[in-house]
Design a protein around this ligand. Structure first.
Ligand code: FAD
Length: 463
């Protein structure tokens, strides 16, 4: 090393050794929104996700961004200080991947919902219940999920399966454009003609990978009265219910969506088939007859025609609550795993499933019908690949003990194969890339390299 090189290196050493701490106060001054830091009154609340299991994670700061410029400033701050950065909308990530030790960019204040001429523009931080309620005032809606407090942001970016998806598609199928702030701080409007690769990736590629979405524009559908139903059988009918449901639900008319729940809870073992029909009671009865005929007599049956809005509240578990109460649904400690089923379960698989649910603990398995409009989109037309699947399978356990989940998931893997839904993020999955994305993994990696070449956005299972 000559003298000049030595001086050059020496000049850097003290700088590296004493990198200044992040100027959080400076960031606070730059934001229109609110930055909450450790020690602030709102910090304990600001760092919470839906699942209390992640309460111990302590971010360096939580920025409630008011607009896209705030988001860009936060990204610049994270880049300049080498801080991990995490986007958060509704905070429902199964794996807790919307918090971290660095800067959390929370978009929940960007939650406006507006409607004009068949299009809804929704801020990325809106909760599903607010989307349903505010679009409902215009007599329109979009297909989205059931949980009232899930964020439209995470839901859309990963796909979005809901009770009218067999008729109207996944949430991402109705997405016409998305505004997203990329790692370099640019605000991009992506649609089929602009940044088409990123637009494609934002329809099923999963949140937290490509940038921070700030708003979405969706094609809406007109709402109408619908019929909701809840049928229960004694546990002795569980196998018959699985056999009959899987041969019926994915092939029903698009207007009929249903879900089969096998539950072991405080009340014992339960078999439930519930759903929403975009039509009247008499027509639904005719469609249910072949199903109930195969399973046998129900132990309870409730079939009600209600407004579309009311149906969304009922399916959200808010049957006798106001929208405001529903939006304050309490947090829940749970853990989960998933499969996506491309084939019906054979007899041995049905036995494994039913016997697995009957094992000790408080848990459930939910089979949600796919097919219909979901299946009429090509597997590579959007980043969501599971277009040919029959149903999704969710394994839920109360609390954070994953032993039952791992057992039943492992026992059923030979039947369901290696497919999973990215919105049911599963930290255990080793071959997650193929499971979540199938044939779309390579194109997603290209989009990532184009829009986030330095990998500012990192997830344990990041594209
Ligand atoms: C009780 C419950 C019910 C559910 N029901 C359904 C259902 O009916 N249908 C269905 O399809 N799914 C459902 N899900 C799964 C849900 O779609 C995912 O958990 C989804 O990712 C949650 O989105 P979020 O914005 O609430 O979560 P968050 O935890 O905020 O985000 C999830 C992921 O997306 C990233 N992200 C969040 N916001 C942005 C943004 N603006 N830009 C970029 N990345 C972002 C986060 O970094 C994180 O990685 C349910 C989940 C729960 C807990």
């Amino acid at each position: 090393m000559d003298r000049r090189d030595f001086l050059h290196v020496a000049a850097f050493v003290p700088v590296l050794a004493a990198a200044p701490p992040p100027d959080w106060a400076g960031l606070r001054r730059q934001l229109t929104g609110t930055l909450v830091l450790p020690g602030d009154a709102g910090y304990a609340r600001a760092r919470r996700l839906y699942n209390p299991a992640y309460d111990a994670i302590k971010p360096g700061g939580v920025a409630y961004c008011a607009n896209a410029s705030d988001v860009a400033r936060c990204l610049g701050f994270a880049r300049a200080n080498g801080l991990p950065v995490t986007a958060r909308s509704g905070g429902h990530s199964y794996a807790g991947w919307s918090t971290g030790t660095g800067l959390v960019i929370d978009v929940s204040r960007m939650n406006g919902v507006s409607y004009a001429a068949g299009r809804a523009t929704v801020g990325a931080g809106a909760k599903l219940i607010d989307v349903y309620e505010q679009l409902g005032r215009h007599g329109v809606s979009i297909p989205a999920g059931t949980c009232p407090t899930v964020g439209i942001g995470g839901l859309t970016l990963g796909g979005g399966i809901g009770v009218v998806s067999r008729k109207y598609g996944l949430t991402c199928d109705t997405l016409e454009s998305v505004k997203i702030v990329t790692a370099d701080g640019r605000l991009l409007t992506c649609d089929s003609g602009h940044h088409a690769g990123l637009y494609w990736a934002c329809r099923g590629g999963g949140g937290g990978n490509f940038g921070v979405a700030v708003s979405f524009t969706y094609r809406t559908h007109a709402t109408r009265d619908v019929t909701v139903f809840f049928l229960h059988w004694p546990w002795a009918k569980a196998r018959a219910a699985v056999r009959a449901w899987q041969a019926w639900a994915p092939y029903a008319p698009d207007e009929l969506w249903s879900t089969l729940h096998l539950t072991r809870g405080l009340g014992g073992l339960d078999v439930q088939i519930a759903g929403v029909y975009l039509g009247g009671k008499a027509a639904l009865d005719r469609l249910l007859t072949p199903l109930t005929g195969k399973i046998g007599r129900t132990s309870s049956r409730s079939v009600r025609s209600v407004s579309y809005q009311k149906a969304m509240m009922i399916m959200a578990g808010c049957v006798s609550r106001t929208v405001e109460q529903c939006a304050r649904t309490p947090r829940t400690s749970f853990s989960a795993k998933s499969h996506v089923a491309y084939r019906p379960l054979p007899a041995a698989g049905v036995r494994t499933l039913v016997d697995g649910v009957a094992r000790r603990g408080r848990h459930s398995v939910l089979l949600d019908a796919l097919g219909g409009a979901i299946g009429r989109v090509g597997p590579q037309a959007t980043a969501f690949p599971h277009r040919a699947a029959l149903f999704s399978v969710q394994y839920y356990a109360d609390g954070m003990d994953r032993r039952w989940l791992r057992d039943i998931h492992g026992d059923l893997a030979p039947h369901f194969g290696d497919h999973a839904y990215v919105n049911y993020a599963d930290p255990d999955l080793r071959s997650w890339r193929g499971a979540y994305y199938g044939p779309n993994a390579a194109r997603l990696a290209e989009v990532k390299a184009t829009y986030d070449p330095d990998r500012l956005f990192r997830l344990p299972q990041g594209v």
